[in-house]
Design a protein around this ligand. Sequence first.
Ligand code: GRF
Length: 197
Amino acid sequence: MTSFCIVLSGRGSNMEALADAVRDGRLDARVEFVASDAPDAPGLEKAHRRGIDTVVLPYASEGKENAERRLSGLCSARGVEWIVLAGFMRILSPEFVTAHAGRIVNIHPSLLPSFPGRDGIGDAWRFGVAVTGVTIHLVDAGIDSGRILAQRAVEIFPEDSLENLEEKIHTTEHALYWKTLSELFRTGVPAERRWRR
Ligand code: GRF
């Protein structure tokens, strides 16, 4: 069975959606552990309550290089095949990305390449676009720039608020991430560009 880890920094709603998909058998894979750079990330506590192993990566105490070394070490010790980022707010070093090339996946709350960066939802909202969405992509050394695996559009209507847009984006994320991973784990990275909706 494919095994993966989830790396997050905050709330962990995507982690929960993935853990639910695993629990219900929609995603045929195993969550080896959930890691976070933030010891107080609510997502860590949520994972712990589900009986998933949790790890704090020592970014604050030991720096990025050691924190990444710890993550790499855990992945090889636990046979982790895929590193799934779900709200991880740090940038991985080019060395880490190269060492795990094509094996790191991220979810971003906009239709990339529009609105990369920390606030994809707010940036799209403030720009005034009529359509934004969700992107799932492989991680490369750039910021939100890796190969796109799946996208789904979310329309913004005049009656929407930023809060309500955030809700629509997150609901879309929760529906799309497990499906995309399920296909990725079964068939690998597609040889040709192929879009999932
Ligand atoms: C999501 O919107 C994800 O796209 C972005 O960070 C957010 C994390 O939310 N990368 P959560 O922690 O999964 O609730």
